[in-house]
Design a protein around this ligand. Structure first.
Ligand code: ARG
Length: 470
């Protein structure tokens, strides 16, 4: 006998492919080789296995890496297949590689090792996106645009102010991913099946060799917990949700002619030759649905799973891989689409006052001049209502362009109705005209975090500072 044991009692039957994660494990092939190397080096250093055998195993692992995942022998998963390949090269002594460990701590180590890379790439894309957003803000500090609540014109703002709202959210997305990274970055290796080992292993050493910040101490926790997957997938899903809002805004703005997407980020129609569609952003929007679905799938799989290892965990991992790929790509595309889009400043300026969006500013002005805010609100509301009636009558007659809201005369009429006196008894006409102007309206809202260019400047500064800190 060559001392090489062939597994044939379990898992060779009709359920073989159902059991196997070999194809899905493609992603952790390199990670598993690294984990095998670290473990083998530690075993030799601890004199648990001989240095000669360790050397042969390491040589075999290098050869297996060159041959690639596709050349692996059959196996229930990548861990088993690599071990079989090592034994094929080294002989029965190759089986010493699996001393003092289990596939349970091994797979947990591989997932964490590989997920670090994926999460770092995702974090990088959030940084690139933030940079694109801040650049747009920088270029459009004074670009007036309509601001919305309930998707109805609400108050004029600027493109800078709008885009910085998303920058703030993406900044927090980066923070969440960084926090998730720290908890991924701990080594479960050496936990063995769950119950530790009789061998005198050095867990700190393998953690160090694999670049982990420390170890997951409790061996049962190490090999069977997956809350790091939940946390990561949730953080990615939260980021995807931010992206979907950004995408939706840009889709709406493109629809209104506020912004033109670059051709690279648009698609046309196979039948309607004139079409330029924001398909990339629609797909970005949809990724949020996939990511939320993954969080749901993952937490549903984990819910009520007893300690320690259960094979359900094999199917938990895929949710994290799919999410990290899709969200990273969506974030990259969103950054590119925003960075290359063209803002139509004239259209934006013309529409900034739509729907009497300066009404709040007029009410604020009257309140600042001594009227109770509620009375001012009512006065402006009456002016708005009368103007709306007038403009729909004009629209029906077809000879006037649509009025954008109340003008001074409408406010004056409302003042007589509500106060029984002229508006000029309270405030100068010039101040009212200024409040009605979208540009002046924006400039006057200079409270901390507001849209006035002076209030936006420190926001841009903070955004740039935190970008270089992250
Ligand atoms: N492929 C498995 C996974 O991804 C690891 C193997 C552990 N298998 C076992 N029967 N204990 O979770």
């Amino acid at each position: 006998s060559d001392g090489v044991v062939r597994r044939d009692r379990f898992g060779g039957g009709p359920a073989r492919s159902f059991l196997s994660s070999l194809a899905a494990d493609r992603r952790i092939f390199e990670a598993d080789l690294e984990v095998d190397r670290a473990h083998t080096v530690m075993l030799a250093e601890q004199e648990i296995i001989g240095a000669d055998v360790a050397g042969e195993i390491l040589t075999a692992l290098d050869a297996i890496e060159v041959d690639g995942h596709g050349s692996l022998p059959d196996g229930e998963d990548v861990h088993e297949a690599i071990e079989t390949a090592v034994i094929e090269r080294v002989g029965a002594d190759g089986g010493k590689m699996h001393t003092a460990r289990s596939r349970n701590d091994e797979v947990a180590a591989c997932i964490r090792y590989r997920l670090r890379e994926g999460v770092l790439a995702a974090i990088e894309t959030t940084l690139a996106l933030r940079e694109s957003l801040v650049d747009v803000a920088d270029d459009h500090r004074e670009t007036i645009m309509p601001g919305y609540t309930h998707l109805q014109p609400a108050q004029p703002t600027t493109v800078a102010h709008w885009v910085l709202a998303y920058e703030g959210a993406v900044r927090r997305d980066t923070e969440r991913l960084l926090a998730a990274y720290d908890r991924i970055n701990e080594s479960p290796l050496g936990g063995a099946a769950f119950a530790g080992t009789t061998f005198d292993i050095d867990r700190e050493r393998t953690a160090d060799l694999l670049g982990f910040e420390g170890v997951v101490e409790n061996s049962m926790d190490a090999s069977s917990s997956r809350d790091f997957l939940v946390e990561t997938t949730q953080a990615l899903s939260t980021h995807a949700t931010t992206l979907s809002g950004l995408a939706e805004d840009v889709i709406i703005f493109a629809n209104r002619g506020f912004v033109d997407l670059a051709d690279d980020y648009s698609s046309t129609s196979s039948i309607m030759p004139q079409k330029k569609n924001p398909d990339t952003l629609e797909l970005v929007r949809a990724v949020a649905g996939d990511a939320a679905g993954s969080v749901q799938g993952l937490t549903t799989t984990l819910k009520g799973l007893p300690r320690a290892y259960n094979r359900d965990l094999q199917r938990a991992t895929t949710h994290a891989w799919e999410t990290v790929d899709a969200v990273t790509e969506a974030s990259e595309v969103a950054a590119g689409a925003v960075a290359t889009a063209d803002w139509n400043e004239e259209t934006l300026a013309a529409e900034a006052g739509e729907g009497f969006s300066t009404a709040t500013g007029v009410a604020d002005l009257l309140a600042a001049n001594g009227l109770p805010f509620r009375t001012a609100h009512e006065l402006v509301a009456i002016a708005a209502e009368n103007s709306a009636e007038r403009s729909s009558a004009e629209n029906a007659s077809g000879d006037e362009p649509r009025a954008n809201g109340a003008d001074y005369d409408a406010l004056e009429a409302a003042a007589r109705e509500v106060l029984g006196e002229s508006l000029s008894a309270h405030v100068e006409r010039e101040a009212v005209e200024a409040a009605l102007d979208p540009v002046e309206s924006v400039a006057s809202r200079d409270s901390q975090g507001g849209p006035a260019p002076e209030a936006v400047a420190p926001q841009i500064e903070t955004a740039r500072e935190s970008l270089s800190a992250d």
